[in-house]
Design a protein around this ligand. Structure first.
Ligand code: BDP
Length: 682
């Protein structure tokens, strides 16, 4: 099948008449340089119809050219800059410089490492796709996030847990897929936005996937890793904590058992024989029925350190997930609070993890809801590497049938001030390591791609993958900038298209929030598959996901004064803000407080009227999304135009269902009418 190039379209481009496109000087011919060259040549040919010639050494010549090398190369010192100081500063960095020599334009692209040079090439190609002036480039780029990672939840039967874009590109029917071209194109997409790590199998590791670390599958894991390697991406595997029992023939997986420790050391050694630059393990332990150290009365530091010790000699990492909570909770006991779980489990362990363990913490304390506060664990463990996990796949945000551009949501989390070291201690500074000098840290996103021809099901959901990478590279980019870059590369630079799609993307998260569960309360979805409204679906169950609506009011009291005490997990400034009704932000009101339906928000509306208003508005806004798109007919190719239109139409219909279910529910609970007399089913 033909699949879409996403933002790497390299459409015909008559902006430039530059001789520099005719000659490329490449200082190295390492595998990564070869793919950088390949990309550059392919893009230039595709955009300008020129086949550049490649010269592998720079000898004196008068021509105009594009030069690619690394910061160590002497040419840079001679003509451009002394990179010494700059080179020692950041983990990942590159420069792009224009230099006019005897009237001839030369472009210099140089990275600190060859992967960084590749990023520079992709950056330069982005500038060309965006038709920027290339005569005065003086770009210095760096990323402080050392890990910019994607987690796949792909199973070996080809299914993807929470996948909404077809089947796995890695696995099918218990085997690795044969379509390596698709994996290569995926690696290109990831590298083009600076992703440098990927785990290829689901965090819920079942029987077959448990064997990925054995000789049966390692040769093919290496093949996949080899593809990613040439794009500067390290491959990781999710492991089953009970592996020593399930495939090792041992009777225990106790992390303190000498035989278990030996088994993991041998396993690590074997993996590195196949894959010398293997990234390490992603681990979901003691969570949602997965095995872990708790079975043996050990804590998570003991559990993680055992694996870390096995990987350490080879430079491998343990990415240990903090999504640990009791999923067999008694809903009748109102004092328990799932939101408190990660902090309660992990905070006391600060300082006990090995250096090559990184804790992977979901952005919010619950589970990727449309609106949640930031997890209080960020900043609370100065002596333990931390990274943030977000969900690119839209499990709770419309499953790629609804448009929901998530960059603004992630931006809010990154910009949130933890106050751990006083004002200015934003989450982005925790996870980039700058606040506490973490050795390894960064950001990870759960993948939204599958083998659909457009990768993400909803074409506009490509923007979430693009934006994730861009934000992981540089959390200071704005959602507007990211949207604009993506649109121009994906749909071209027609101002009407840019204006409309940009509005659609940037408004979409709020629109989705408007017609779904209100004011931060979350979870009003169908149990299991999590699509569509179901107000009480999770109310009397064991998952710890409640809204407590009754005839008088709604919300979860998480205050210290009268509730579960969750607010105390934040540093004092935030704890006080959430504890008090006077300062708790409206959009999180029901996450933190139980209030009556007639409670007045800061906006001046009552809670019940706010619910009605947002649900009626949300549907009108969803219609607006479709209308704005329809106005682009003729400006977007037919296929993508119709694909998107089809999804936007589904969105409108399903938004109406949300509106009606939610409004009716709250009308029946409260008995209060909409003050504007709009139609509410009784
Ligand atoms: C939840 C998903 C579940 C995942 C879990 C996780 O519903 O499928 O296994 O997160 O992150 O959001 O482990």
């Amino acid at each position: 099948i033909q699949y879409e190039p996403c933002w790497l379209r390299y459409e015909k481009n008559d902006q430039y008449k530059e001789p520099c496109f005719e000659t490329i000087i490449a200082k190295e011919l390492s595998p990564i340089f070869c793919v950088a060259l390949e990309e550059l040549k392919f893009a230039i040919t595709s955009m300008f119809g020129i086949e550049p010639s490649v010269i592998s050494i720079s000898k004196p010549m008068e021509r105009s050219f594009i030069w690619i090398g690394t910061l160590d190369d002497k040419e840079l010192k001679d003509v451009l800059l002394d990179s010494e100081k700059f080179r020692s500063m950041y983990s990942d960095a590159y420069i792009i410089r224009s230099h006019i020599h005897n009237g001839k334009l030369r472009i210099y692209i140089a990275g600190k490492t060859s992967a960084n040079t590749l990023y520079g090439v992709f950056h330069f190609l982005r500038l060309l796709q965006m038709k920027e002036d290339i005569h005065h480039l003086s770009i210095v780029e760096h990323s402080n996030n050392s890990l910019r990672m994607i987690n796949h939840w792909d199973n070996m039967d080809g299914g993807i847990e929470r996948g909404y874009a077809g089947k796995s590109i890695f696995f099918d029917n218990g085997q690795f897929t044969k379509n390596r071209r698709r994996i290569k194109d995926y690696a290109r997409l990831l590298a083009s936005v600076g992703i440098n790590a990927v785990s290829i199998n689901n965090v819920n590791v079942h029987q077959l996937e448990t064997k990925l670390i054995t000789e049966e599958f390692l040769p093919e894991v290496e093949e996949v890793a080899g593809i990613f390697r040439t794009y500067g991406i390290k491959t990781f595997l999710s492991i089953n904590y009970a592996s020593p029992v399930e495939i090792g023939g041992l009777s225990t997986a106790d992390p303190l058992d000498p035989q278990v420790r030996r088994w993991w050391k041998e396993t690590a050694k074997r993996i590195y024989q196949y894959i010398p630059d293997f990234g390490g393990f992603v681990v979901k332990a003691d969570s949602e029925f997965r095995p872990g150290p708790f079975t043996y009365g050990r804590d998570h530091a003991e559990g993680a350190n055992m694996l870390a010790e096995a990987l350490a000699p080879f430079g491998g990492l343990v990415i240990w997930r903090c999504f640990v909570y009791n999923c067999q909770q008694d809903w009748r006991d109102r004092r328990t609070d799932r939101a408190k779980a990660a902090y309660d489990h992990f905070k006391p362990l600060d300082g006990r993890f090995r250096e090559n363990v990184v804790l992977q913490i979901k952005n919010g304390p619950m589970d990727f809801q449309v609106r949640e506060p930031v997890s209080p664990l960020f900043g609370a463990m100065p002596k333990t590497n931390q990274m943030m996990e977000v969900q690119i796949t839209q499990e709770y945000t419309g499953q790629q049938k609804h448009l929901c551009f998530l960059i603004p949501q992630w931006k809010e989390a990154l910009e949130f001030d933890t106050y751990v070291n006083g004002k200015g201690s934003e989450v982005k500074k925790v996870i980039d390591g700058s606040l506490f000098g973490y050795r390894y840290s960064g950001i990870v996103g759960v993948s939204n791609i599958g083998n659909d021809s457009n990768w993400t099901g909803h074409t506009l959901a490509q923007a979430n993958l693009y934006g994730f990478g861009r934000l992981a590279w540089n959390p200071d980019l704005s959602a507007e900038e990211i949207a604009n870059e993506w649109i121009v590369q994906t749909f071209g630079d027609d101002p009407q298209v840019i204006e409309a799609v940009s509005w659609m993307l940037l408004a979409s998260w709020r629109i989705y929030e408007n017609y779904t569960s209100p004011l931060g309360v979350g979870w009003m979805v169908n149990p299991g598959h999590h699509y569509g409204p179901n107000v009480d679906g999770y109310e009397y169950s064991h998952w710890g996901t409640y809204h407590y609506a009754d005839r008088d009011g709604i919300g979860v009291d998480r205050t210290v004064a009268t509730g579960t005490g969750y607010t105390a997990q934040y540093f004092p400034e935030n704890a006080a803000m959430y504890e008090s009704l006077d300062t708790c932000p409206d959009e999180l009101l029901l996450f933190f407080h139980y209030v009556s339906y007639t409670h007045r928000l800061h906006s001046g509306e009552t809670v019940i009227q706010h619910i009605y208003n947002t649900h009626f508005e949300g549907v009108e806004q969803a219609k607006q999304l479709r209308k704005r798109w329809e106005q682009l007919k003729g400006k977007i190719d037919e296929k993508r135009y119709h694909d998107v239109l089809e999804r936007l139409t589904i969105q409108v219909e399903h938004a109406k269902e949300w509106r009606d279910v939610i409004n009716t529910y709250f009308y029946r609970k409260s008995g209060i009418d909409d003050q504007y007399g709009r139609k509410i089913y009784r």
